[in-house]
Design a protein around this ligand. Structure first.
Ligand SMILES: Nc1ncnc2c1ncn2[C@@H]1O[C@H](COP(=O)(O)OP(=O)(O)OP(=O)(O)O)[C@@H](O)[C@H]1O
Length: 232
């Protein structure tokens, strides 16, 4: 199993205000799978993604990648894992405002031993002619494409996406989903995508839904739709 989560628990706060956000999550994701994580607001989706991404740590349970438990890795190995194997895309693009588009993508390339060619990627993303502009000179969709470029330039094994289309209109959302899907198909990238948008589950291989910190549904989607066929 490529990505395995076992009995992941996470609580925030102390005493009276303590909230158990994840109550024992078991999840297994195959290499190259496209997994969508659904659930109501506050159900723990982002917390789970942050734990997979090594941004946050679980109180108990373990994560293993390719058979290696992250808890057994030392700080150096963990940093290497995050840098080399993970790409992260957020709803708010988190670009560096005073770097231009190309430089923002290069930030991702510096972290990798085997980055993709930056200019090539900028062309694929439709950003090449905008490469000398600053983020605030671009539309939301173009900024999100830049953030995707920064995550993809590392050619990560795992792409973690937290509401990547949350701030975008219908048409741009579809373009971004198509782009993520193309990368997933082309490079065999494993994708874990958190979303509020129920329609997106139709393009996924695996659909996982969380409620109150527990997995309520976890199934393989036998009737995948193309991004074009999605409606919401
Ligand atoms: N660092 C933190 N400190 C305290 N509470 C937190 C922290 N991070 C998350 N929480 C709480 O954990 C719960 C789950 O949050 P999380 O962001 O994982 O949910 P979500 O399912 O992603 O929600 P949304 O869809 O609204 O983004 C919420 O009640 C939130 O307030």
């Amino acid at each position: 199993m490529f990505l395995e989560l076992s009995q992941i628990k996470r609580a925030f706060g102390e005493g009276e205000s303590r909230v158990e956000v994840l109550k024992g999550i078991d999840l297994q994701i195959e290499k190259g799978e496209f997994c969508v994580l659904l659930g109501p607001s506050g159900s723990g989706k982002s917390t789970l993604l942050n734990i997979i991404g090594g941004i946050d740590t679980a109180d108990s349970g373990y994560i293993s990648i390719n058979g290696e438990k992250t808890a057994d890795m030392n700080e150096k190995a963990l940093t290497k894992y995050r840098r080399k194997h993970l790409g992260y895309i957020f709803q708010m693009y988190n670009l560096i405002p005073n770097l231009n588009i190309k430089e923002n993508v290069e930030v991702g390339a510096y972290l990798s031993d085997s980055p993709l060619e930056v200019d090539e990627l900028l062309k694929t993303l439709g950003l090449y002619e905008h490469r000398h502009k600053l983020p605030n000179q671009l539309s939301g969709g173009q900024q999100q494409r830049t953030a995707i470029g920064r995550a993809l330039v590392k050619n990560p094994d795992i792409l973690l996406c937290d509401e990547p289309t949350g701030a975008l209109d219908y048409k741009t959302s579809k373009e971004i989903l198509a782009l993520i899907n193309d990368v997933h198909n082309k490079y065999g990238t494993t994708v874990v995508m958190v979303t509020h948008n129920d329609a997106i589950k139709n393009m996924a291989d695996r659909v996982v839904s969380l409620r109150d910190g527990m997995i309520r549904k976890n199934y393989l989607n036998e009737t995948k739709l193309t991004v074009d066929e999605l409606e919401w």
